[in-house]
Design a protein around this ligand. Sequence first.
Ligand SMILES: [Zn+2]
Ligand SMILES: [Zn+2]
Length: 231
Amino acid sequence: MLELIIKPRCIHCKSQKDIRFGLCPDCLNAVQEYSASSRCRNCGLIIRGEGTICQRCLEGSDIFDQAFFLFPYEKEGRTLIHHIKFRDRLEWLGILNGAETVWRPVLENWSPDAVAWIPSSLHTRWKRGYNVSREMANRVAKILDIPCLPLLKKAKLFKRRLSATRTPGERKQVIRQFLKGPEIVPEGISHILIVDDVFTTGATVNRAAKLLKQAGGVAKVSVFTLARVCE
Ligand SMILES: [Zn+2]
Ligand SMILES: [Zn+2]
């Protein structure tokens, strides 16, 4: 009886079979081996139509050069990220290792020189005690065998969390005040991989890419996130 009560359930579909990283085999498979029939070859976004490049990349207004994400920010992936970020399940970032076959070849092909992460605001750090992006960046850098550098810093403390912003314009404004780039980038680092948990509008990574490129010596900025909002 007791066993029935404490047996873990899938955080997404509530199934009780073989739970790993909080998910049942079906839900875990959906995030670890996510595949869309057609993804933009520049940013990984799902393309619903003809072509190999999405509309956004065709417009060419992004400052980062290329991007990739593991799964869309919806369904099981969204539930998983919510638990990692807000329910102290940092160890579930281990799914990155399980999904190595999906993201590792893409990132190795890009061959960045170093990894940087998006800093969290002091407010969220204080609440959670850790920065998911930094933890993720450390794991990715270790697997790719390249340095993980503290190139991006937070400029000052914000009372309002970034996630509380409502419009893209509002978000852009908060980010502009929030991020600070490096004064110098170590010699020999010309291609930086920015790691973050969720790619929402791209405003954060674009700001980060701009700051890194402004610092000099950086010619290319790639982006890797666990999830991306696909609408
Ligand atoms: Zn499930
Ligand atoms: Zn694209």
